[in-house]
Design a protein around this ligand. Structure first.
Ligand code: AMP
Ligand code: MG
Length: 400
């Protein structure tokens, strides 16, 4: 059986970014940059006042108090055309450009005015309360890089440097399907052996969060004909098809057989992971397929370990893997499995220290226990017991 790392390498190696498209800044949040962001102007674009007060020549105010003649004023958005000569001052407001001749600002709190003149009551140092032109960023500097996800800070940079439009990675088109003759719609009350289809919603929401454009295609009966038909239909114009269920060893586990039947190449159908061993990955033409196991916790774990990095890479994300954190174990773990385990956990900070608490769960079908999970504790193949307080690797399910 292949390891998680081998499986991930098999998943990521044939996947290439889908290419770029231009979007308006209004739609850029959450997308991935497909170009470097360069500063088109200096920031600040001029020597800028940091305080309300008076623009002065520091050489006039080596000692204080000093009386200076007020020759004008300049507010944010305005400019002062004249020059501040010796013995003069200009009233200035935060954010305004410092006038020619002035090299410092004194704050209004330590001044007094009689209209025509101002008395500066404390001495100033050259450059005081001025943010010099280009001191934050010089025009031409590279501010953000291709492959970076666009969050609020990147939005602010795009806006500052004139990116009304920006090149971003195309979002993968993903179809989501659930197999299982026992499944009924959310609006139905399950009777007898029926259960509600929750996995489609789990997968669709994780996929959307990862940046995909998702179509929910409903459920498939456990017959080879309907599975083949549904997979074929789903693959049309899609970059990725994700199914749940139908990948174990039972007579009604038909996803792998159906993939082969429709001419897909199946790259693997088992991985040394717990939960989630029977995960299937394949490809037909330009469409990739994940057959995730049907037990809801297995579905969530295998989506995050395998499918999420795939979706991120399709958008050109530079680091498609989920962030790993080291945290101290809040409670001892026993884990008999020889596969690599991903245990639902709560990652939190206490007294400045990252802690990971494994959650009590009733096995891979216990989706309600998973609600409290924000991370997965990774227990290596050959480790079967970890005492409280030991450092463990934790996969964060949310962006850090
Ligand atoms: P399977 O992998 O098809 O054998 O399914 C394993 C278990 O997961 C079964 O108990 C199913 O009822 C459950 N299951 C399968 N598909 C879903 C789904 N879409 N939503 C919720 N549970 C499911
Ligand atoms: Mg099934």
């Amino acid at each position: 059986m292949i390891s998680v790392d081998q499986a991930l390498a098999i998943v990521l190696s044939p996947i290439v970014p889908l290419g770029a498209e231009t979007v308006a800044i209004e739609s850029a949040l959450g997308r991935v940059l497909a170009e470097d962001v360069l500063a088109d102007i200096d920031l600040p674009p001029f020597d800028r006042a940091r305080m309300d007060g008076y623009g002065v020549r520091a050489s006039d105010v080596i000692k204080a108090p000093v009386r200076l003649r007020v020759i004008g004023e300049v507010a944010a958005g305005a400019t002062f055309d004249g020059e501040v000569r010796a013995g003069c001052a200009v009233k200035i407001f935060t954010g305004a450009p410092v006038p020619h001749g002035a090299d410092s600002v004194q704050k209004v709190e330590v001044t007094e005015t009689d209209g025509e003149n101002v008395i500066i009551k404390e001495p100033v140092k050259p450059g005081q309360f001025i943010t010099p032109r280009a001191s934050e960023t010089a025009a031409g500097e590279r501010i953000a890089e291709r492959g970076q996800k666009i969050g609020p800070a990147e939005m602010s940079v795009l806006a500052s440097f004139g990116y009304a439009q920006v090149e971003t990675g195309k979002r993968p088109r993903v179809a989501v399907l659930s197999t299982g003759s026992e499944l009924v719609e959310v609006s139905a009350l399950p009777v007898g052996a029926q259960i509600r289809n929750s996995n489609s919603y789990t997968i669709a929401s994780y996929a959307e969060q990862a940046g995909a454009v998702v179509d929910l295609l409903g459920t498939i009966e456990d017959t080879i004909q309907s599975t083949c038909r549904a997979l074929l239909e789903a693959s049309e114009d899609r970059d990725l098809v994700i199914t749940s269920g139908g990948v174990s060893m039972g007579d009604y586990d038909l996803v792998k057989a159906a993939l082969e039947e429709i001419g897909a190449e199946v790259y693997f159908d088992k991985v040394s992971i717990r939960p989630g061993k029977p995960t299937v990955f394949g490809r037909r033409g330009g469409t990739f397929f994940f057959g995730l196991p049907g037990n809801p916790v297995s579905t969530s774990v295998t989506f995050n370990v395998f499918a999420r990095p795939a979706i991120r890479k399709m958008q050109g994300e530079r680091s498609p893997l989920l962030p790993m954190v080291r945290a101290a174990l809040a409670r001892a773990i026993k884990d008999a499995s020889n596969r690599r385990s991903y245990l639902p956990a709560r990652l939190y900070v206490e007294d400045g220290r990252a802690l990971a608490a494994p959650l009590k769960w009733g096995g891979s079908s216990d989706l309600v226990a998973f609600v409290r999970a924000n991370s997965l504790i990774v227990v290596p193949e050959d480790v079967h017991e970890i005492p409280e307080g030991d450092l463990v690797e934790v996969m964060a399910l949310n962006d850090l």
